[in-house]
Design a binder for this molecule. Structure first.
Ligand code: SF4
Length: 437
């Protein structure tokens, strides 16, 4: 089988899960589609651009299907859930589509198609409120961090977001199973654990004794033998509590790094997005994080040109960015997703594309200036770096600091997976160059 993944870390983690299920049934993963008898494309639906790329890729992969009559070509994940039978009926033909809650049934369905027991063109699209994939052993990829999904789906209904419609409501895993998975990851040699969920810090589950919230889960993972770093993503700002921040401050293995997606600095826009906080209450959360967790690095997501965003609203976003001074930011121009509530805003509310592009470009400039100032102040400091991979620059390695900042420095690929003390010698603005101890 050949597996190809698009989209977020949750999807990468889902591919590892699918691989675990398929390996259990005797399938063997190959690195190239040429030699595969099964090709699965695990897809993302968050932006139209991502979906267009996948449609193009399905077209390319179809040549293997025409060359090999036995080949099964499938589309899985969020785009499969969103477009479902459209993927089977129109455009490049595929043999199966399976949504994020249907992966347990995937190996049997593929085997049935291969044995001609069922026709090609099957769909597995039921969202299952109970499916947590408990008991499935993922096959971890080549990275140095073990990503562990603790929560799937989302109970929020932000009006721009397709996630609740393709991944269903929030489902939290058994905390003891999460701890077992983290212990197993440590035994496999991973020392950095990343806890993953759509709004990971709203995690609530019943353990053997009493209820577990995310703070308790984070603390328990942080205290496991062999765990040197713990991160989590992506939290919802409303569920960032003082207790959670105290765990971040007190547990040495919890990285002092927090992603706080703000999306807009205008209360008017936040209300239309149904984000359930105001710019001021968000900034209070930023202040609280900085007062409880010294030297915490903060990152964010922003969408500009959301329907109804005026020039005055946009200026408020610029102001918030200048006040919060994020270490990193993922900045986007609004892109309409069919199936989301935002499609129902009046046509007149939609911001012209060229206005959106100009707003995004200016915001990127503002953020980059702030980021450069923050990073320049770090040059000359020593940082512990977990080495991840060869860097693009020849003979260099690339790794991350506790603050999730990328550093390139001279080293040998045999050091990948090790921790090293590195002095930051310069910055491009976003990333660093360094020299090891
Ligand atoms: S919190 Fe909002 S943006 Fe995040 S996954 Fe849920 S609906 Fe989407």
């Amino acid at each position: 089988m050949y597996l190809e993944t698009y989209g977020c870390q949750m999807n990468i983690n889902d591919t590892e899960l699918m691989e675990g299920l398929l390996v259990d049934r005797g399938f063997v993963r190959v690195d190239e589609p040429e030699t595969a008898d099964v090709i699965l494309i695990n897809t993302c639906a968050i932006r139209e651009h991502a979906e267009r790329r996948v449609v193009g890729r399905i077209g390319e992969l179809q040549k293997y299907r025409y060359e090999n009559n036995d080949l099964v070509l499938g589309v899985t994940g969020c785009m499969a859930q969103r477009l479902g039978d459209q993927l089977l009926d129109g455009g490049p033909a595929v043999d199966l589509v399976a949504g994020p809650d249907a992966y347990r049934a995937l190996p049997s369905l593929i085997a049935s198609i291969q044995e001609n027991a069922v026709e090609r063109g099957q769909s597995l699209l039921t969202l299952d409120e109970a499916e947590n994939y408990e008991g499935v052993t993922s096959v971890r990829g080549k990275g140095v961090s073990a990503w562990i999904t603790v929560q799937r789906g989302c109970d929020h209904r932000c009006t721009f977001c397709i996630v609740p419609y393709v991944r269903g409501s929030e489902k939290n895993r058994d905390p003891l199973a999460v701890l077992d998975e983290a212990r197993a990851a440590v035994a496999q040699g991973y020392s950095e654990i990343v806890l993953l969920g759509q709004t990971v810090n709203s995690y609530q589950a019943q353990g053997q004794d009493r209820r577990w919230d995310f703070t308790r889960l984070l603390k328990a993972v942080a205290r496991l033998d062999g765990v040197r770093r713990v991160r989590f993503t992506s939290p919802h700002p409303n569920d960032v509590t003082e207790a959670l921040l105290e765990v971040m401050a007190e547990e040495p293995s919890v990285c002092r790094q927090l992603h706080l997606p703000v999306q807009s600095g205008s209360d008017q826009v936040l209300k239309r997005m149904v984000r359930r906080y105001t710019a001021e209450s968000f900034l209070d959360k930023v202040d609280l994080a900085r007062s409880v967790v010294p030297e915490i690095a903060l990152s964010t997501d922003v969408i500009v040109a959301f329907p109804g965003e005026t020039e005055a609203d946009y200026e408020k976003t610029l102001d918030l960015m200048k006040r919060a001074r994020f270490d990193d930011a993922y900045l986007y121009k609004y892109s309409l997703r069919e199936g989301t509530p935002a499609t129902r805003f009046p046509a007149a509310d939609f911001v012209p594309d060229e206005v959106g592009s100009a707003r995004l470009a200016r915001l990127i400039g503002v953020h980059r200036d702030i980021q450069r100032e923050i990073n320049q102040a770090e040059v000359g400091q020593w940082r512990e770096v977990l080495i991840e991979r060869p860097a693009r620059s020849k003979d260099d390695l690339q790794g991350r600091t506790e603050s999730n900042k990328i550093v390139a420095f001279p080293g040998d690929p045999s050091q990948i997976g090790e921790y090293m003390s590195v002095r930051l010698t310069g910055t491009t603005g976003a990333t660093f160059m360094g020299v090891p101890w």
